[in-house]
Design a protein around this ligand. Sequence first.
Ligand code: GAR
Length: 240
Amino acid sequence: MAKKINIGTLISGGGTNLQAIIDACAHGQIDATILFTGSDNPGAKGMDRARKAGIDTFVVDYSRIISACKQGISDADLPRDFDLAETLSKQKLVSNDAANGQAHFFIKSRAIAERQLLDQMAAYDDMDLLVLAGFMRVLTPYFIDRINTEPGQFRIMNIHPALLPAFPGTDGYGDTFRYGCKVGGCTVHFIDYGEDTGPIIGQKAFEISDRDTLDDVKRNGLEKEWELYPACIQKFAESL
Ligand code: GAR
């Protein structure tokens, strides 16, 4: 048995991966305790799954924060420990032209939201791993560097609905299906400064037949995700 690790979880939607992780913890398939479930989306259905399992929850409403930022961002709105030049130079999410106002807005508004995530998570200073379980927001180096505090040690895991490095982005199964792939899959990887570019921990593949619809692909893919994610978290626990 591996050392029991403490994990935090972030979700945006239905939370079926979160449920698979809750169940795997309950059945002893993962040596882990879930400390909290956070969401960027006040309407995320998956939050009920967390509450039902007695897990602490919190919401940082990204849409509201980004709308407020569109009215203007003053220096006083930014986190006190935020450095725009440093974050821009590290990030690989948006075009990195120093004079690009859109990039500045993107990074600043996300850092404001991320500060709120960090504030909510501060109570859980014994967290070993942050698990993104259908969390549909990218994370900037401002946030990542405050979780990955040991050089070279990744502590944020993500599940992606495609066989990376193919089809990064927000619609992995849709992109796989529309390309006409005969094999689809899912990938668990660590988060780095790019979008879906971090080191791969595990993958599972499935065949796509000519009769399959996009809904079939999504259903088959999710079933693989529910096996893969707990296995990758357990692999992490065993590596400590
Ligand atoms: C899953 O298919 C997951 O791979 C995907 O969102 C879905 C969440 O489902 N994640 C991403 O696309 C991340 N970029 P769930 O809320 O039922 O776990």
